[in-house]
Design a protein around this ligand. Sequence first.
Ligand SMILES: [Zn+2]
Length: 156
Amino acid sequence: MSDPQQVKSESPAAYRTAEPVLDGWFTLDREQPHLIGTRCKDCGSYYFPRLTTFCRNPACASETFEGVKLSRSGILWSYTSASYTPPPPYVANDPFRPFGIAAVELAREKMVVLGQIATGVDLAALKVGQNMELILEPLDDGKLTWKWKPSMEVAQ
Ligand SMILES: [Zn+2]
């Protein structure tokens, strides 16, 4: 099995210029990537993915939002392993390789954001409540996506 970390270090130029899997969902800062969400200008509620229609807070009638960079660290709230090939139209790797999915509660916003777990992380070693940080990794098609990686640093 090829090691994606190895591929990354062999082609840094390709990695730097890689396209995001979704436009505008995260910054392309390789060292300090942030997910991009929105914040209600009236009640301050955070949303990810970006919300631009009307605030979901039942006590708020606002329709104005501002784009914000969300916290790039948080606490592992839950996680699981996707051990079976998802059905079409999902384009699975061939052969399929299981991958982890983490639900992380963002440090400041206190909302839970799903993402794949970084390549090479041992799921058996993960513990709910531990610190996680956001990173960018290429998928098999070379496009960048966000993933969650265990962090030694205190969430902020
Ligand atoms: Zn609101």
